[in-house]
Design a protein around this ligand. Structure first.
Ligand SMILES: NC(=O)c1ccc[n+]([C@@H]2O[C@H](COP(=O)([O-])OP(=O)(O)OC[C@H]3O[C@@H](n4cnc5c(N)ncnc54)[C@H](O)[C@@H]3O)[C@@H](O)[C@H]2O)c1
Length: 385
């Protein structure tokens, strides 16, 4: 078996999900490569050492530059806060290494464009980790739409809601709360949560051409964990935007960290002339489908039989599911990363680049930047995506 020698940077939440995916890859997917966890890197030596012990990395580094010059690493996996994505990706591409990068791709379009140029000039395989595409029910939604079952699309509706920043006592910045500091995160819920919704939306329903947005900062000042002083909050706490898709349909997107009771409430619905699909991450094994017109007969479904169908996406015919257990049994959040890594490896082996690659993630970044700018200027903006 060929080896895929991994150097992963960032021992946090995503470092764990990606490490788990590499560990499980060859247990579930018949790929030609064996993932080898060569090196882990984190600025904290304790965290790196814990990853060596927990996930079986061969060594730990505290400076990511060491991974670039290492001759025993093929793939750099970037799981650090957003501000560091660009510099690490540029160095990895210059070193001729494959790159996987967490979302959002960069702090802004300029950084994302540099990353695209770097991997394309170097000709290295690359992928942005928009893992929700790999929820089998969402992949099935893509199949249903591509089969023409929804017909002409009219409405796309996405929400991504959380509630963990309602308390004014939550500080901003520092190692744990970099997401609340624009200098580390780029933006707030737009880059953190809506980037996922936008990626999914454009995958399912095509490019978003224009947006108009409203953002809000509910708590104007927070203690900064790094400086110990009260500082203005610079990220968007909440964001709502209207979208026009290139295919003529229109969309609404809503995201906040102030929706009391919502922890990671990620939903979307697409309504077309012939049918609709609906997904809710709190019931990730289900895709809801409303069939108005039957594709085979070309006729309307008899009215007394119409209704939303809740498809339990666990059959072996469903995306990814033949790699797991018997029909009727579920997989979880962590498998979305495993499915993504398996697709990345298949992409290397078949020569058909995996999606979303950096160029694709750049389109999402364009929409995010347009959303932030639109909220600032209070007008509709072309996204250029
Ligand atoms: N795909 C998803 O659903 C998803 C979910 C959460 C986070 N993310 C993305 O993943 C990335 C990481 O987020 P997280 O939640 O894992 O963060 P985290 O705070 O849990 O972990 C980040 C780790 O990176 C380390 N680090 C910071 N700067 C570093 C540097 N220069 N060199 C080496 N290590 C460094 C920190 O010490 C920390 O251990 C972000 O870009 C985030 O947007 C994606």
């Amino acid at each position: 078996m060929k080896e895929l020698r991994v150097g992963l940077i960032g021992c946090g939440f995503m470092g764990r999900t990606h490490s788990n995916a590499y560990r499980r890859l060859n247990n579930f997917f018949p790929v030609e490569h064996r993932a080898v966890l060569k090196a882990i890197c984190d600025v904290s030596p304790e965290k790196g050492q814990k990853f060596v012990e927990t996930w079986g990395y061969e060594r730990a580094e505290t400076d990511w530059h060491a991974l670039m010059t290492a001759t025993d690493i093929d793939l750099i996996d970037i799981c650090v806060p957003n501000f560091a994505h660009r510099e690490i990706a540029l160095a990895a591409a210059a070193a001729g290494k494959m790159v996987i990068c967490e979302k959002p791709l960069a702090m802004d379009v300029a950084g994302a464009q540099e990353m695209v140029d770097a991997v394309e000039t170097a000709g290295v395989a690359n992928m942005a980790m928009f893992n929700y595409r790999r929820v089998p029910a969402i992949t099935l939604a893509k199949q249903v739409i591509d089969e023409g079952r929804i017909g002409r699309p009219f409405h796309y509706r996405a929400t991504y809601l959380q509630d963990w920043t309602i308390s004014t006592d939550v500080p901003q910045g520092g190692d744990a709360l970099w997401r609340l500091d624009a200098k580390s995160a780029g933006s707030g819920v737009t880059g953190d949560l809506l980037a996922h919704s936008i990626d999914t939306a454009m995958w399912l329903n095509g490019p978003i051409s224009r947006v108009t947005a409203k953002t809000e900062i509910f708590v104007k000042e927070r203690l900064h964990a790094a400086t110990g002083t009260m500082q203005p909050v610079t990220i968007d706490d909440a964001c709502m935007f209207l979208a026009e898709f290139a295919n003529g349909s229109i969309g609404t997107f809503e995201s906040t960290r102030y929706a009391r009771g919502r922890k990671n409430f990620n939903t979307f619905e697409l309504n077309g002339a012939d049918g609709s699909v609906y997904f809710d991450l709190e019931e990730p094994e289900y895709l809801q489908y409303f069939e108005y017109k039957n594709m085979q007969t070309g006729k309307k479904v008899e009215s007394h039989l119409t209704g939303w169908r809740k498809v339990h996406v666990t059959n072996s015919e469903h995306p990814y599911m033949s790699h797991y257990w018997v029909p009727g049994t579920c997989i979880g959040y962590e498998h979305t990363f495993l499915n993504a890594i398996a697709d990345f490896v298949k992409g290397i082996e078949t020569g058909v680049p995996v999606q979303p690659d950096f160029r694709c993630a750049l389109q999402t970044q364009k929409v995010c930047d347009a959303v932030i700018q639109s909220a600032r200027e209070g007008r509709w903006l072309e996204t250029g995506a």
